[in-house]
Design a protein around this ligand. Sequence first.
Ligand SMILES: *Cc1c(COP(=O)(O)O)cnc(C)c1O
Length: 403
Amino acid sequence: MDVDAFMPNEPGLLEALRFLTRPTMGQTVARELPDVIPEVGLGPSAALEALAPPVLFEARDLSAPGFFAHMDPPTPWITWATSMWTASRNQNLLHPDTAPAARELERRVVDWLAPFFGMGGGHLTPGSTIANLTALWAARQAGATEIVASTSAHVSVRKAAHLLALPFRAIDDWGDPGDLGPAAAVLTAGTTATGEIEPLDAGRGARWRHVDAAWAGPLRLSERFAGLLAGIDAADSVAVSAHKWLFQPKESALVLFADHDRAHASISVDGPYLAAPNVGVLGSHGAVAVPLLATLIAYGRSGIAAMIDRSMRLADELHDLVSSHDDLVARSPPATGVVCWKHRSRDSTEIRAHLRDDVFVSQTTVDAETWLRSVAANPNAEPERIVAAVLAAAASIASDDAR
Ligand SMILES: *Cc1c(COP(=O)(O)O)cnc(C)c1O
């Protein structure tokens, strides 16, 4: 056995770092990955060489100027460094005795962020899918017997209803939701398709009110845009994905509760091998709070807000460019950095298929119409470049047609 495998190997780590900081493959020749587990290991160097091309060089560069597509952001380098640190220590927050600092660090990041949402506390989850499930579990423990959400709600809300065996009722809008008495009402702050913010004061009278702020939640850190989510602090629970607009590596999100002691108690399970009750859906749970904490310390509230504000400005710029071009149509001004747009005479799916390979937009269907969708998760995106590429794609479809 290689006893050194568990020791810090400085030359090996520096080699890994060199791959990371090299913008392209350079000298590296792509190696075929083995078809089956190698019987005899090829060694750590060979493993790095085999995996650098697919992992590092064939990956999409989410910070590239042509990337204005999905909710996945580029990540600050400090998160790369601290993710490596946490991998090296492999703390499990399930066990207070072996992870004392890691538990404290997660508590701190939650204590820092919860007040922006008017919440008392909560914990980290691997995404808002689990954050929504966790919040709705607490809602069920508090007596909710049904989940009500709009038709724009994220699929994870329906998933949660399914897992919790609660009936799910979709409503067209929050104007007249009917009797909500025993329901958990889920309001979306930043819908996945169009970025719209549902009225966050709706659903009053429901047993539980949950705000799914997976995408737009981080706007609360911006002095300029926090007001867009006014009313969020009256919710019973809030979900926020840190791996979206807080620029974190996956998988990082928060579930927050107004009364977190009570909510946590209602979703805690004791076990004979546990020194502290296991709270929430996860069992073993790593120190994902550390990169988030590092980002907040390194850049501060104002630094993160500047990244978000800039993204919002880019979405406005894209919207303005689209609106002022005769061949392009914008669906509506972006509410939270999501721009739905299209070419007047060319199908969005076809446009996407003809885009040059350094430009990315996503697509979404709203009211049976297919739109290009650009999500401002990348503060380095260049709207002019995106618009030019879509117009070029439309022109190339036209010249194909003419041939
Ligand atoms: C992305 C998203 C989710 C799911 O979050 P994950 O972090 O991807 O699990 C839930 N709700 C909304 C509104 C989202 O945009």
